[in-house]
Write a protein that binds this ligand. Structure first.
Ligand code: NAI
Length: 328
């Protein structure tokens, strides 16, 4: 029996993500948690004739514990999204506390769950999650993931437009580093098809992958940030985690993980000087099976991008760790 939880399930990402999970035959039970509206969302989804049993919970239901109890996978898109002019870092003050609270519940009633953090700023919320889990003595770095899949999805789409692929999904493009602005590093020298990005398009393409989220924030004009493409991306990652847990092999997707705690990560932590970094992760029955070093053989331009990303990440990670130890 597989129990999946979506925390923030009534939100812009949470609702379509919950819909996709309701359609997944690997999910037996889908528990929706939010501070508002989950009874309605759960009842609505429960009328879909797929197998997963859907339940909705609010804080009054044992402060969230009833929802999280015994979960196998917890996906967290809870928090506030960006408005025009905001960076992901501007969300820190509100979302840091929300993520900390949700991870505390998970640590208590679902310590073995895979935890997928979507709430921004991912560069800082994942270190917060790690610190909370460490403090509770239940940190398994192989099961904590910052979801950066949307950056990969955007890279696939934008590169496909340039190289004339019909479906970006057929390309594998590592996007590594972090998940905000200049910490996002697309490695175009490693596009699976061997496609090359023309020199005159390179800088604009890098910029579009790094700041693609701003296009959505601007177009939504105050009504939030990416929700539908994020639900797709979050689902794609969750589905891979679930399939790998069932024994499927060869499933790889970059994710923002705690390097010193995952096989193959220690050397990358030494090379980059940061403990958290998004790297290609091979998934297995216990979560991260191994990570591969995406920096081997990269171009000089990519080396420059990585350098900038690392500088940004250092501050983001430190901010998260400090918050976990000394919340305001
Ligand atoms: P939203 O405002 O539409 O939904 C957030 C939901 O979280 C709301 O329903 C709210 O009631 C709920 N919530 C707030 N506090 C909560 C708590 N303590 N426990 C449970 N639920 C709580 O926002 P949206 O657009 O769904 O975005 C959610 C988060 O995802 C934001 O932080 C956003 O920045 C982030 N995001 C991350 C992306 C990524 O690539 N990792 C991409 C796009 C957004």
């Amino acid at each position: 029996m597989v129990k999946a939880v979506v925390a923030g399930a009534a939100g812009g990402i949470g609702q379509p993500l919950s819909l996709l999970l309701k359609l997944n035959p690997l999910v037996d039970e889908l528990a929706l948690y939010d501070v508002v509206n989950t009874p309605g969302v759960a009842t609505d989804l429960s009328h879909i004739s797929t197998a997963a049993k859907v339940t909705g919970y609010l804080p009054k239901d044992d402060g969230g514990k009833a929802a999280f109890k015994g979960a196998d996978i917890i996906v967290i898109p809870a928090g506030v999204p960006r408005k025009p002019g905001m960076t992901r870092d501007d969300l820190f003050n509100i979302n840091a506390g929300i993520v900390k609270g949700l991870i505390e519940i998970a640590a208590e009633v679902a310590p073995k769950a895979y935890i997928l953090v979507i709430s921004n700023p991912v560069n800082s919320t994942v270190p917060i999650a790690a610190e909370v889990l460490k403090a509770k003595g239940v940190f398994d770095p192989k099961k904590l993931f910052g979801v950066t899949t949307l950056d990969i999805v955007r890279a696939e789409t934008f590169v496909a437009e340039i190289v004339g692929e019909k479906k970006g999904q057929d390309l594998t493009i590592p996007v590594v580093g972090g998940h905000s602005g200049e910490t996002i590093v697309p490695i175009f020298s490693q596009i699976s098809s061997g496609a090359k990005i023309p020199d005159d398009k390179y800088d604009a393409l890098v910029n579009r992958v790094q700041f693609g989220g701003d296009e959505v924030v601007k177009a939504k004009d105050g009504a939030g940030s990416a929700t539908l493409s994020m639900a797709y991306a979050g689902y794609r990652f969750a589905e891979k985690v679930l399939k790998a847990a069932k024994g499927e092999k060869g499933l790889v997707e970059p994710s923002y993980v705690y390097l010193p705690g995952v096989p193959g990560g220690e050397a990358i932590a030494k090379e980059t000087g940061v403990d958290f970094f998004s790297v290609p992760v091979e998934l297995g029955v216990n979560g991260v099976e191994k990570v591969t070093n995406p920096l081997t053989g990269i171009s000089d331009k990519e080396k420059e991008l990585v350098k900038v990303a690392i500088e940004g990440l250092k501050g983001n990670i430190q901010k998260g760790v400090q918050f976990a130890h000394n919340p305001p």
